[in-house]
Design a protein around this ligand. Structure first.
Ligand code: ADP
Ligand code: MG
Length: 457
């Protein structure tokens, strides 16, 4: 049974079925782009590009899709076939299906969207970004290797692929390899099995730029560590650029021997932190046109929506992006019966009611902080953002600054802007002062505790 062909036909039937119905856009936008893949003669997969699509299609369209596939199969092959159909994301399937043949080269594709132009710079990633740009300007010299580390979903892959894209743009004939550590290991295992190590060595040791993503996984394989060590030496000696990413600093990667560690220290170490509030908003703003493009939608999105999503500040950027996609998808599902042009906060809250893990926790937005502090001290917003400097206003203002920083991770400059255009050093000073007083002044400590409780109520 050839599932690709079966799916081709099933698609044609589905298209007829959806035509002139309210759900045609779902067909046109999502179902059409599912990728068929099979395992043996009875397990068929349709791959969605992400979890949200997967869930949406599974929930609402699985039955009709299955029916249509069954129909084609019984037409073509007769009755009596009982197949399993799964709608999943490619990641889940990759885990499941052991691929025999296409193990090499697949790792070299760069995402064309991961460029410096699309990368928002904030305090959290300024240094890593600058170091990456420097590598593009002078590959193989000062910053070699460039070692970028930071938590999940904070932009490591984006940044190192931006280096690759940028170098290729400057020099289209540059030989570059981008690989995840996992696929490096898999390829090596396969290479050993097929006795093609020489080829493998040649491939990796002859490039101008070698990018290795998520190196924390290297611990799993001694032969991969060995291979990486020699690849590293050859490339470094030849003045070729090496870029590495990891979710933790080199010293914390388990089972990494000193000889590799010391090599990572030859270059430069750049950390990416969690982005602050305004960086998160800026990233969401940057992503919006792209998400509209891939969902084929053109809603106006209230700024408040971006702020709301950004205020879920524990989430990584991938989650924030996922949240925005989910909101747009929800609006899309609604838009057939209600004529929605603008996505507002109420659609957003509904769409995301169980999106973030800690959904019970309400969104602590800067607006909410300011309101809470004002009402605690019984002063108005005009007063807290105003000119007055007497103690009755100045202290609440400083406490407000402290909480904006602490709860929403808003940058000093942005806090100053929110509170009536105050200087960034004033804000910094206020935050430090309150922090000190919490440990030295019992009254302040009590006030801070009370407000904190109110914020979380
Ligand atoms: P990591 O590799 O650190 O887990 P990714 O590079 O995959 O994270 O980033 C997750 C998502 O967040 C990607 O879609 C990426 O484009 C986006 N992203 C992360 N940081 C930024 C940034 N500074 N500007 C724009 N997009 C970003
Ligand atoms: Mg990554």
């Amino acid at each position: 049974m050839n599932f690709t062909l079966i799916w081709e036909e099933a698609l044609q039937n589905l298209e007829k079925r959806f035509k002139n119905t309210d759900s045609f856009f779902v067909f046109d936008t999502y179902i059409r782009f599912l990728k068929p893949q099979q395992e043996g003669d009875s397990s068929f997969y349709l791959l969605a590009s992400d979890d949200i699509q997967k869930e949406m299609i599974n929930e609402r369209f699985f039955d009709v899709i299955k029916e249509s596939v069954d129909e084609i199969i019984s037409d073509r092959y007769g009755s009596g076939y009982d197949i399993d159909l799964y709608i999943q994301t490619s990641k889940e399937v990759e885990k499941h299906i052991k691929k025999e043949d296409d193990y090499s080269e697949q790792n070299m594709i760069l995402n064309p969207y991961y460029t410096f132009e699309n990368f928002i710079v904030g305090d959290s990633n300024r240094f890593a970004h600058a170091a990456s740009m420097a590598v593009v300007d002078n590959p193989g010299t000062t910053y070699n290797p460039l070692f970028i580390y930071g938590g999940v979903g904070l932009g490591k892959t984006h940044l190192i692929q931006a280096i690759g894209n940028s170098i290729l743009k400057k020099n289209p004939s540059a030989k570059i390899i981008y690989t995840t550590t996992e696929s490096f290991i898999n390829e090596l295992i396969e290479t050993i099995r097929r006795k093609t190590q020489e080829q493998f060595k040649r491939k990796y040791r002859s490039v101008d730029l070698f990018m290795m993503d998520d190196i924390q996984f290297i611990a799993r394989s001694d032969s991969a560590k060995e291979e990486l060590f020699h690849t590293f030496n050859t490339l470094h000696q030849a003045g070729k650029q090496i870029v590495i990413s990891s979710d933790k600093p080199p010293a914390e990667i388990p089972n990494l021997e000193e000889r590799l560690l010391s090599r990572f220290r030859w270059g430069i170490l750049a950390k990416i932190d969690k982005p602050d509030y305004e960086t998160r908003v800026a990233i969401l703003r940057e992503k919006l046109p792209y998400i509209k493009q891939i969902t084929h939608t053109d809603f106006d999105v209230d700024d408040e929506v971006l702020h709301y999503i950004a205020s879920k500040n524990d989430a990584n950027i991938r989650d924030l992006e996922g949240a925005l996609k989910k909101v747009i998808l929800q609006a899309l599902l609604y838009s057939t019966d209600k004529n929605i042009k603008t996505i507002d906060i109420s659609i957003t809250e509904e769409a995301l009611s169980d999106f973030f893990n800690d959904s019970s926790k309400k969104a602590i937005t800067p607006r909410y902080i300011i309101n809470t502090v004002c009402s605690y001290f019984d002063i108005s917003e005009d007063e807290i953002t105003g000119k007055k400097k007497n103690k009755e206003i100045a202290l609440p203002r400083q406490i407000c600054m402290y909480f904006l920083r602490k709860e929403c991770n808003v940058g000093f400059k942005a806090i100053g802007d929110m509170l009536g255009g105050r200087d960034h050093s004033t804000v910094m000073h206020a935050c430090d002062k309150i922090k000190d007083q919490i440990s030295t002044d019992i009254d302040i400590k009590n006030i801070i505790n009370d407000i904190e409780q109110r914020i979380r109520e």
